[in-house]
Design a protein around this ligand. Structure first.
Ligand code: ZN
Length: 157
């Protein structure tokens, strides 16, 4: 994604479009359609990424982790906003806590319920948008690739 450092993504819905575009890119690459993006407190995009388990053969390259790594170093993450198309797994929820990311915006938590309740209990501002496109992307993916999905969430069938 081209990074326009001056653009301000004012609303949660605008921020989610960046994550959703990453998810679609992942799907087009034959990967798992989960995308994420990290924004600063003003709504400027710091970095974005998508799940790359298939593309890189790397089970730890989740969308939120990819976005975080693409954003590069910052002295503090307290004012940043992690936007993800799907409820973050324990691994990515751990990343949010480890780096004290202050806010998480989630596209949907119907197809997978990760660690976002835990994050909220620990003071992270959590918003679940229940976005229809995010739900349909995951529903279609899980129906088409159940083995890949259960591999990604660490559950054997
Ligand atoms: Zn994850």
């Amino acid at each position: 994604m081209s990074l326009d450092e001056n653009r301000v993504y004012a609303t949660d819905a605008e921020k989610l479009t960046v994550a959703a575009e990453e998810a679609r890119r992942g799907a087009s690459e034959g990967g798992i359609p989960i995308g994420a993006a990290l924004f600063d407190g003003e709504g400027r995009l710091l970095g974005s990424g998508h799940n790359r388990r298939v593309q890189d053969g790397d089970p730890s390259m989740h969308a939120e982790t990819a976005a975080f790594r693409n954003a590069g170093r910052r002295p503090t993450y307290r004012d940043t906003i992690m936007v993800t198309t799907l409820s973050p797994c324990w691994y990515c929820s751990g990343l949010v806590r480890q780096f004290n990311i202050g806010q998480v915006v989630i596209g949907e938590a119907r197809t997978f319920h990760g660690g976002h309740d835990w994050l909220a209990e620990h003071g992270v501002a959590v918003t679940v948008l229940d976005d229809a496109e995010c739900v349909s992307m995951m529903t279609e993916f899980i129906a088409a690739e159940p083995r890949l999905w259960f591999e990604d969430i660490g559950e054997s069938q």
